[in-house]
Write a protein that binds this ligand. Structure first.
Ligand code: PLP
Length: 447
């Protein structure tokens, strides 16, 4: 019997788990050796982890360690790959340099200096996020917001710019390295509301991070409740991007303010707003625990809709069967599959990237296995500088093998849905690697 079915049949069995207020215990790079399972690893392996974690953000909590990772299957275990530093995440020379520094007992300043140099190669804000997407009000830039597509504004509340656990492939890694210049964040709820009020073409507010669900309910209330006032009738959909169901389902079940969070959602929904929880599952394992299933159940009972999105990531989920199983589980749990993304060109991309041609094959092989209810998913999609570009297929036109592409979202709304063609390329991993088909000089949107 599936674990989900088992859960629904024997829910009483888990009641203690739901009533218990669990204390959140997390580990950063400096506490890596405090983790019991890590203590058992050979010295060399631990040193390698420290080398990587000095460059890329690392944070993991006890729930992930105890409930999600299969420690008999490391390093291959997908959740271990998703959360713990792996040697391949740095280029060979950078890794060697870091390892050497740590081995020789170099001081903190030298390590920090080297880390910061290595990070410079990592493209912290791909697709023009800091240069092209920042809106203005009264000629002043609003740094904690992004407004790229007409209907939707992204908001980065300052209290939500961390996560319960960091994903190793995270494209927002620059939020977590303590560099204020790189961080996108805002503590101005007044600014947000002013901007929304004066732009009537916006229908969607997307609260993102980090993870907004690390915020206490009282902060979320400050951002959300004013949207029930007059002047915000055009804000119909409020999306909250979160990975808390995976990394801290207690947030919706047993945390001190979980009830008030669910009350807040219910209140917004009853007042006519659509609350969309944009979940982020990279692997079906994240949805298997009784706490995660209960978190999903409670969010749905409060009236939220749940959608899911994730990139295809090498070493974690580059397998059509993983996706098919994940979509089937989500559909059963009431989560609508929404986006399959291509891993972005940032951070340790070389370790995680999958060529577009292969991502497309994974998508097709996975979609073939699921019923129509799961085929709501769109993709594979690249969130690139001009917009979200979907790989619709591979075909042959007048003897030339091509990728068929279209914009799901465009910086220019008029680009959306027009098919266009790129020369097929087995190695390309991003839009910028592609050349127009049929000998054309440019893609139509480059004119
Ligand atoms: C993906 C994305 C959105 C939302 O697009 P939808 O197609 O409405 O889901 C909004 N803004 C940015 C910058 C995005 O990348």
């Amino acid at each position: 019997m599936s674990k989900i079915l088992q859960f629904y049949r024997q829910r009483e069995k888990y009641q203690d788990l739901f009533n218990e207020t669990q204390r959140f215990k997390a580990y950063g790079e400096r506490q890596l050796d405090n983790i019991a399972q890590i203590q058992r690893l050979p010295e060399e392996q631990r040193l390698a982890m420290h080398a990587v974690a000095s460059v890329l953000p690392f944070r993991v909590n006890q729930y992930v360690i105890d409930e999600l990772i299969d420690w008999t299957n490391i390093p291959e275990d997908p959740i271990f790959q998703l959360t713990f530093p792996q040697p391949g995440m740095l280029e060979e020379e950078d890794f060697a340099r870091m390892e050497q520094l740590l081995r020789s007992g170099a001081d903190r300043t030298a390590v920090k200096q080297a880390a910061s140099e290595i990070r410079k190669k990592f493209n912290p804000h791909p697709a023009g996020q800091k240069s092209l997407n920042v809106p203005t009000f009264d000629n002043e830039p609003l740094p904690g917001m992004q407004h790229k597509y007409r209907e939707t504004v992204l908001f980065f509340p300052s209290q939500g710019q961390t996560c319960h656990t960091y994903c190793s492939f995270c494209f927002r890694w620059a939020q977590f390295i303590g560099d204020k210049d790189l961080r996108i964040s805002s503590n101005g709820s007044a600014q947000l509301h002013q901007y929304l009020k004066s732009h009537k073409t916006i229908s969607d507010l997307l609260i993102t991070g980090g993870d907004p669900m690390v915020m206490k309910t009282k902060y979320l209330e400050q951002y959300l409740l004013p949207l029930l006032d007059r002047g915000f009738e055009h804000i119909q959909n409020i999306r909250i991007g979160t990975k808390a169901i995976s990394f801290w389902p207690q947030r919706f079940v047993s945390d001190g303010d979980s009830e008030s969070l669910l009350d807040l959602i219910e209140r917004m929904v009853k007042a006519g707003k659509h609350i969309a929880i944009m979940t982020h599952f990279n692997h079906w394992r994240e949805m298997e625990t009784p706490l995660a299933v209960e978190a999903i159940r409670r969010l749905r009972s409060a009236g939220a809709t749940l959608r899911s999105q994730s990139p295809v990531i090498r070493n974690i989920n580059d397998d059509p069967n993983v996706w098919a199983k994940m979509w089937r589980m989500q559909t059963r749990l009431g989560i609508v599959p929404y986006y399959m993304f291509v891993e972005r060109d940032t951070g340790a991309k070389h370790y995680f990237e999958v060529p577009l041609a292969r991502v497309y094959r994974i998508f097709r092989e996975a979609v073939k296995q699921v019923s129509g209810l799961s085929r709501t998913v769109r993709g594979p999609s690249m969130s690139a500088t001009p917009g979200k570009v979907e790989i619709q297929g591979v075909g042959e036109i007048r003897g030339e093998k091509v990728f068929v592409l279209r914009f799901l979202q465009g910086r220019n709304p008029d680009w959306v849905q027009r098919p266009f063609f790129a020369r097929y390329d087995e190695q390309a991993t991003w839009l910028t690697d592609l050349k127009p088909a049929f000998g054309e000089e440019r893609f139509f949107f480059e004119n």
